[in-house]
Design a protein around this ligand. Structure first.
Ligand SMILES: Cc1ncc(COP(=O)(O)O)c(C=O)c1O
Length: 436
């Protein structure tokens, strides 16, 4: 028997892999977090209201009148050739260019980065296979790996991203059990959920380790262009031609609703990806691909990314300042240089998941850290989003959250620690001064 509950008439009929599928903590939270009276720091949505919506409307009207019948037709599985060329131009900006072996022929357009993760999982993971991934990591990647019935082994991070020594230790530990991982999944730049970035020096070390160990790298890079002032380090794929698959998306740089992402894969793998995607979806949405392609060729997209980055940078500042002003002692958090998220660590003995109902009652929502670990650790952590709520709501949300945390601390002082702590968590959290 797999999947389902006694309330479900179909229990017993599901495929085995459905047994591992559970609603993510984020999904469960959305219903309440979206109520207007709740300040939601739980989401992960880009601020699409900052797009020039009228101009996008004109652009789409023009696309329809010039090329509507084509845009509304089926396309090919690998994706629109013009768009794949444009994707290569974009990747060349960050050092993934022809000299590094990037070509439109090796790009597969996907329905967002999420389908790219699903395809990679379908191609490489058998039930019981191991994936190494940062702890914490992107919840949608955990979902894709779990759907493939793979086991995720987390590798610790600190303020400079994935810790190379922890990667080596994880590989060595698996070897003592006669096991090895299929690949390393990493989000090196402005990580979701931790907000940290793998340093230049560590990029080389991580790549050297993976090369030496014959470990494939799946590099997920949705946020690299959303820098707040500085320049993000070059992607891993810009440093190695072989052994690194590069996944990205237009969700955070243009619009998540268009659902367009891509994979750059070695030639032989590209064929398999196309076969797998055709079996799954026939072709990525032609209309969306035309919309993205037209947007890239006719709209000031670089300026728009600057607009997003500027807005998010101001909101990041509001969140960091509010945390510094309002949070009780013992609380720590990361300081992202880009992206959408801050990762916070509660004072010792507090449990972010247990605190959710009280936070909702106080009309503030966040995602508890446990959602970002396959092994259920991360109790002391929470993810805070700053891209979507306006600054006054961010400050109000932090004020409410600080009140909840203070109450929890007071209860703990009176009744002792009945709540979980971070024992077993691979995230160094508050014990690591680099994260404070
Ligand atoms: C690290 C990471 N990868 C992939 C995705 C998937 O994004 P999309 O499917 O919208 O491209 C997200 C979305 O938040 C993400 O944070």
């Amino acid at each position: 028997m797999s999947g389902g509950t006694t309330l479900d008439d179909y229990t017993g009929r599901y495929a085995q892999r459905i047994g591992g599928m559970t609603a993510s903590e984020i999904r469960a939270l959305f219903a309440v977090a979206n109520r207007p009276e709740v300040v939601s720091l739980a989401g992960g949505a880009p601020y699409t209201a900052a797009l020039p919506l009228d101009a996008v409307g004109e652009m789409l009207k023009d696309l329809m009148s010039k090329n509507g019948a084509q845009a509304l037709q089926y396309g090919i599985g690998q994706g629109l050739p013009e768009l794949r060329e444009q994707i290569c131009e974009l990747m060349a900006d960050v050092g993934i260019d022809a000299a590094m072996g990037a070509s439109p022929d090796d790009v597969v357009v996907t329905i967002g980065g999420q389908q790219a993760l699903d395809l990679v999982s379908r191609l490489f993971l058998d039930p019981g296979d191991i994936v190494l991934a940062e702890g914490p990591t992107y919840v949608g990647a955990l979902g894709a790996f779990q759907a493939a019935q793979a086991e995720v082994v987390h590798v610790a991070m600190d303020a400079d991203g994935l810790i190379p020594e922890s990667l080596e230790a994880a590989i060595a530990h698996l070897a003592t059990q006669g096991r090895s991982a299929k690949f390393l999944y990493t989000i090196p730049t402005y990580q979701n959920p931790a907000g940290v970035t793998l340093s230049e020096e560590r990029r080389e070390r991580v790549l050297d380790i993976c090369e030496r160990e014959g470990l494939l790298v799946i590099e997920d890079d949705p946020y690299g262009r959303l820098s707040f002032g500085g320049q993000a380090p070059k992607p891993l794929r810009a440093r190695r031609r072989e052994g690194v698959f590069y996944l990205s998306t237009f969700s955070k740089t243009i619009a998540a609703g268009l659902r367009v992402g891509w994979i750059l894969a070695p030639h032989a793998v590209r064929d398999k990806l196309v076969i797998a995607t055709e079996a799954q979806i026939l072709c990525p949405p032609h209309f969306s691909q035309y919309a993205v392609s037209t947007y890239l060729s006719t709209m000031p997209w670089r300026e728009q990314i600057k607009t997003f980055s500027q807005l998010y940078s101001e909101r990041r500042d509001t969140l960091l300042d509010s945390l510094a002003d309002l949070m009780p002692p013992g609380m720590t958090w990361t300081r992202p240089d880009g992206g959408l998220f801050v990762w916070a660590t509660l004072p010792e003995g507090l449990d972010a998941k247990a605190m959710v109902p009280r936070s909702i009652a106080a009309r503030v929502a966040y995602v508890p850290g446990t959602g970002f670990y396959a092994d259920g650790t991360g109790q002391r952590h929470l993810r805070l989003n700053f891209s979507f709520p306006p600054p006054d709501r961010i400050r109000e949300g932090v004020r409410r959250l600080a009140g909840v945390i203070e109450q929890e601390m007071a209860m703990r002082a009176v009744f002792g620690s009945g709540v979980g702590n971070s024992a077993g968590s691979v995230w160094p959290g508050a014990d690591n001064p680099g994260l404070a």
